[in-house]
Write a protein that binds this ligand. Structure first.
Ligand SMILES: Cc1cc2nc3c(=O)[nH]c(=O)nc-3n(C[C@H](O)[C@H](O)[C@H](O)COP(=O)(O)O)c2cc1C
Length: 226
């Protein structure tokens, strides 16, 4: 699996088996995570590995509440977004062409089964006063992506999630975080129910790329056959 293949087959995997993940792999995932860029190499992060059923049940319940409280507006927006991203479907959103709302379905599955994921890793940032800033996030999310890619290498599914943050103070207390630390991401990890590491669905690259100035588009030339 070369790096491009890994990137092109790493997407949110939310249907996970409860089978345990060897500790040696957990170490490797976090060791890969901490190779990421971070400002001034201050490495303000810490990684909390959670496998305890009680902790997972508690936080999983809070996560489910947060998921269920996402308004209809948000769900409708998600639906429209997914419609526009699935190849071969129109963006007009006609019901006849409407694909299954994969994201919402798998999101609901994860929300109802979060505690069954065998390993959770929290990406924690220290030195935060009040609400986390853009830089606080930028300082840790590259590391989270490294972790997701390393999980992919081992055939492990994972998802970057943040809904636990609706109960930020409770989560911090349960994890025993210092006062200036926040759990910015929760990554549930496990072997996947179906080993389908397909390419993440995105708008075509030439629709989001601007040359020299915003709005100056170019078509991407055909790629040579590999
Ligand atoms: C900042 C951020 C927060 C996210 N929070 C959640 C979350 O709480 N729950 C979830 O299931 N997915 C979450 N995701 C994953 C996105 O839903 C997912 O990356 C997106 O829908 C694209 O799907 P893909 O990763 O399968 O390509 C989050 C992603 C990001 C970048």
């Amino acid at each position: 699996l070369d790096v491009i293949d890994a990137i092109f087959s790493t997407r949110s995997m939310r249907r996970l088996k409860p089978d345990p993940v060897p500790e040696s792999i957990i170490w490797e995932l976090i060791d890969a995570a901490i190779r990421a860029p971070n400002s001034g190499n201050a490495q303000r992060w810490g990684w909390v590995v959670v496998q305890d059923a009680g902790t997972k049940e508690q936080i999983g319940g809070w996560y489910l509440e947060a998921w269920n409280s996402l308004g209809e507006g948000r769900r409708a927006k998600l639906k429209r977004l997914v419609r526009g991203l699935v190849p071969g479907r129109g963006t007009d959103g006609s019901e006849a062409e409407q694909p299954v709302d994969v994201n919402a379905a798998s999101g609901t599955h994860l929300a109802n089964n979060l505690a069954h994921a065998p390993v959770w890793i929290f990406a924690v940032m220290q030195g935060i006063e009040g609400e986390p800033t853009v830089v606080d996030g930028a300082d840790v999310f590259p590391a989270v992506q490294n972790l997701l890619l390393a999980a992919r290498k081992h055939g492990l599914g994972a998802t970057l999630t943040m809904l636990h943050r609706r109960r930020d103070a409770d989560v911090s207390a349960l994890l025993g975080l210092p006062p200036d630390a926040r759990a910015l991401a929760l990554i549930p990890i496990g072997y996947t129910e179906t080993p389908t590491f397909s390419t993440p669905k995105r708008r075509p690259v030439d629709t989001v790329t601007h040359w020299e100035r915003w709005g100056a588009a170019r078509s991407r030339p055909e790629r040579p056959p590999t």
